[in-house]
Write a protein that binds this ligand. Structure first.
Ligand code: PMP
Length: 350
C-alpha cells in the first residue's frame, strides 16, 4: 500500500522525478560526474538554470518585463528583502491574514512604517480586502494562500501601487495572473522542488540600484547567477517543472487540486466525527485544517493514520487540530485514501 505525506512543506515530490534523479545522480552529462559536483559556472549547469527559468515563464505566462531570480534564504529572507529593496517613502501596507503575513510585516518594520489592514470576508466566504484603505505607500503585501490557517484570497482588488504576493504555498498549484503583481515570491519546497531554493518574480522597473549589501539587492541577481546557488535544488526544480508541463501545466494542476480538496471538504462536511476549520469560498485548495473537536481524539487519529501509511497530518502548533496539505505531487488517490482512512476511523470510534 502506498505511503503519502501530507506535510505542509517540504512536501511530496513526484515519484517519477525522484526516480529520474536517483538514476542520473551519479552521471549528469559526463561519465562519472554528478550534477551536484558540477560547477555552477559550467555550460551544462547553465543549461539547467536557463531551462528552469524558461519552464517557469511558460508555466506562469511571465512576460519579458519581469525578471525571475533564484535565491536562497527561503520566503523568510524575502520578508526583509522586499521592504529593503522597494522602499521609497518607507511606508507599506500589509493585509493580515495569518501567521506568515504577520511574520512578513514584523520584518518590514525594520525598514519603515507598516499599516495593517484586515481581510474582508463576503457572504459566500470569499476573501478580499478594502482597496480604498491603500494610498500613498510603497506597496501592498498579501499572502495569497495561508498555509497554516487554510485560507486563500478569492479576489484581489485593483490598487495603483505595486502588489507584492507571498505565493509560497500556491505557486504552480493554481493560476496566478502575474501581471497584476509587482513581485511574487515563494519558497520552493512545496510545489517547485526541494528546500533551499526561493523564486522571486519581479517587474523590472521596480528594481532599484541601492546602497545595500550585494546579495541583498535584487539588482545583483537579475539575468545572472550572482553566487553559488543550491545546485541540487535547482537541478531537481527543473525536472519538477518539466513534470508540471508534461501534466498539462498550471491549469491542469489547479483542476486536480480542486478535485483533491473537494473530495476532502465534501467528506468533512458530511462527517459526524470530523469537521473543517474553514468554510466558504476562501478555503485553501492546498492546505486543509480540520479537527474532531477533541484534542485527544485528533492525536488518536494522527496515530491511526500514521499506522496506515498517512504521514504528517498533525496541525500547525499554533492552531492545533489536524491538517492535510495537498500540493501538486499529491495524486488524487492520496486524497481518496485519506477520506477512506477518516471514514474507517469514524466508523470505529462512533
Ligand atoms: N510564507 C508562507 C505562506 C509559508 O507557508 C512559508 C513556509 N511554510 C513561509 C512563508 C516561510 O517559508 P521559508 O521556510 O521558505 O522561509
Amino acid at each position: 500500500m502506498s505511503t503519502y505525506t501530507y506535510s505542509a512543506g517540504p512536501g511530496m515530490l513526484p515519484t517519477e522525478v525522484m526516480q529520474e534523479i536517483q538514476q542520473h545522480l551519479l552521471t549528469f552529462e559526463y561519465e562519472g560526474v554528478s550534477i551536484i559536483e558540477t560547477s555552477h559556472r559550467s555550460a551544462s549547469f547553465q543549461r539547467v538554470v536557463d531551462s528552469l527559468g524558461w519552464r517557469l515563464r511558460r508555466l506562469m505566462h511571465i512576460p519579458e518585463n519581469y525578471a525571475v531570480l533564484w535565491l536562497q534564504g527561503g520566503a523568510t529572507l524575502q520578508f526583509s528583502m522586499i521592504p529593503m529593496n522597494l522602499r521609497k517613502q518607507n511606508r507599506f501596507v500589509y493585509v493580515d491574514t495569518g501567521i506568515w503575513s504577520k511574520k512578513a510585516m514584523e520584518d518590514a518594520k525594520y525598514f519603515g512604517e507598516v499599516d495593517v489592514i484586515h481581510p474582508l470576508v463576503d457572504a459566500t466566504g470569499g476573501m478580499s480586502f478594502e482597496s480604498s484603505l491603500v494610498q500613498e505607500v510603497d506597496y501592498l503585501h498579501v499572502t495569497l494562500n495561508n498555509t497554516i490557517e487554510g485560507t486563500r484570497f478569492t479576489h484581489i482588488p485593483e490598487v495603483d501601487i505595486p502588489l507584492i504576493a507571498d505565493a509560497s504555498s500556491n505557486i504552480l498549484a493554481e493560476q496566478i495572473d502575474v501581471e497584476r503583481f509587482g513581485v511574487i515570491y515563494a519558497g520552493a519546497q512545496k510545489n517547485i522542488g526541494p528546500a533551499g531554493l526561493t523564486v522571486v518574480i519581479i517587474r523590472r522597473d521596480l528594481i532599484q540600484s541601492l546602497q545595500l549589501p550585494s546579495y541583498l539587492q535584487y539588482a545583483s541577481h537579475v539575468d545572472t547567477l550572482f553566487n553559488t546557488p543550491s545546485t541540487f535544488s535547482v537541478y531537481v526544480a527543473e525536472r519538477v517543472l518539466k513534470w508540471v508541463e508534461d501534466c498539462g501545466g498550471v491549469e491542469a494542476m489547479e483542476r486536480l487540486n480542486r478535485q483533491k480538496s473537494d473530495r476532502i471538504y465534501s467528506y468533512l462536511e458530511e462527517s459526524t466525527c470530523f469537521s473543517p476549520i474553514v468554510t466558504g469560498e476562501r478555503r485553501s485548495l492546498t492546505n486543509i485544517p480540520f479537527t474532531t473537536g477533541n484534542q485527544e481524539l485528533d492525536l488518536r487519529f494522527e496515530r491511526y493514520a500514521l499506522e496506515r501509511g498517512l504521514l504528517e497530518l498533525g496541525g500547525h502548533r499554533s492552531v492545533g487540530g489536524l491538517r492535510a496539505s495537498l500540493y501538486n505531487a499529491m495524486p488524487l488517490e492520496g486524497a481518496e485514501r485519506l477520506v477512506d482512512v477518516m471514514r474507517a476511523f469514524e466508523e470505529e470510534t462512533h
